[in-house]
Design a protein around this ligand. Structure first.
Ligand code: ATP
Ligand code: MG
Length: 349
């Protein structure tokens, strides 16, 4: 049995209204319990733009009371505050290359949309970015209009050692500073084929070590599973970026993801930590969206980027044109939210 919003129902998570331990029960500097890096935003105050602002009363949800029904049903909210407009011109570049794995084993939460839009927004501001499409669905490749038909050079060949990753990477059209290593459906076989290969969990890490391209960021777009491909991404990266959909069940499975990160950190990649959480698909018409956003901020604190990505038709239309929303309709609300999130990410470097 899970909580109203899909939070794990174990005792460990039964302490807050929606299941997370309440603040003070965990270190605010390390809400995931995984990170030993100091949190750069420890002193940040409450998020002005956050939909969570202004509430926070302790409640024990009993879903059968009329009171609770009132809280759960949708209603028009005042919506999201306009995200702060990031500066024009060049954005800060990190002192050393940042490798971020965009992961959440739940499907359709906005992993690909987040990876491609953050990457494109950074590239538009003179930051050099490579996106590794590690999902056999090839959605990131589609969003960049990069060829990924069966037989096209792809990440699959780099993983099995048939080609260097350098020979797979292509420049994204109309976006200087942005490159993509596409995925083809071949990658679906890699989960099985790699099982018998030596150092199967560090194939991507090896492949990345050989990359000659000088980039500031590498985003790895993961498939919706915690299989060998995602494991390779976690071993290759130092940061995990988790998009969380502001929806029912969005949080179920999150503890499993965090457990996996902890395992990888202790066994395979000490540098790994959850650096960033992004709230996606926020629907201003539902109270659920507010509740999820509020709870995620309470639990993860300053790991959560200030910008919240709204549910937006323009965001979902963009890949159909082989584009990201920040190039397709830069003035749209969704594009502005991704631009603000990308600037926030760059500022935290
Ligand atoms: P998968 O687990 O299959 O890889 P994903 O987590 O990568 O999925 P996306 O592919 O980014 O999720 O998004 C799922 C669908 O939702 C896509 O059709 C995408 O265009 C759409 N979408 C993503 N973000 C938004 C948004 N903010 N508003 C509206 N639609 C969105
Ligand atoms: Mg995806």
């Amino acid at each position: 049995m899970s909580s109203a919003l899909g939070w794990p129902a174990s005792d460990d998570f039964a302490r807050s209204r929606l299941g997370w331990p309440s603040p003070g029960q965990e270190s605010a500097a390390d809400p995931t319990g995984l990170n030993d890096q100091p949190d750069p935003d420890d002193e940040a105050g409450p998020d002005e733009a956050s939909p969570s602002k202004g509430s926070g009363e302790a409640m024990t949800v009993s879903r059968e009371t009329s009171d609770d029904a009132e809280r759960i049903v949708s209603r028009e909210t005042s919506g999201l505050a306009e995200p702060a407009r990031p500066p024009a011109g060049a954005w800060p570049r990190p002192p050393a290359r940042r490798v971020l794995t965009v992961a959440n084993q739940k499907g359709g939460v906005g992993k690909t949309t987040t990876a491609v839009n953050l990457a494109a927004a950074l590239a538009q501001h003179d930051v050099r970015v490579l996106v590794i499409d590690l999902d056999p669905q090839g959605n990131a490749s589609t969003a960049f209009s990069v060829a990924h038909h069966l037989g096209a050079p792809s990440v699959y060949e780099a993983l099995i050692g048939a080609r260097s990753l350098n020979d797979v990477i292509v420049a994204v059209e109309n976006l200087p500073n942005l490159w993509c290593a596409p995925a083809t459906i071949d990658l679906a076989g890699a989960e099985v084929e790699l099982v018998s290969v030596v150092a199967r969990e560090s194939r991507l890490r090896r492949a990345l070590e050989s990359v000659e391209l000088d980039v500031d960021y590498i985003f790895i777009d993961c498939p919706p599973s915690l299989g060998l491909l995602t494991l390779n991404a976690m071993v290759a990266a130092s940061e995990i970026l988790i998009p969380i959909q502001c929806e029912f069940y969005a949080l179920e499975g999150l503890s499993q993801l965090l457990n996996n990160v902890a395992l990888v950190k202790s066994e395979l990649n000490q540098a790994l930590y959850v650096s960033t959480i992004l709230l996606t698909m926020y629907d201003a018409r539902t109270r659920l969206a507010d509740q999820v956003a509020e709870d995620v901020r309470t639990h993860f604190g300053s790991l959560v980027l200030e910008a919240v990505i709204p549910r937006s038709v323009r965001i979902s239309e963009a890949p159909g044109f082989g584009q990201t929303v920040v190039t397709f309709d830069p003035a749209s609300r969704g594009a502005r939210a991704y631009q603000a999130a990308a600037y926030d990410l760059a500022s935290r470097a």
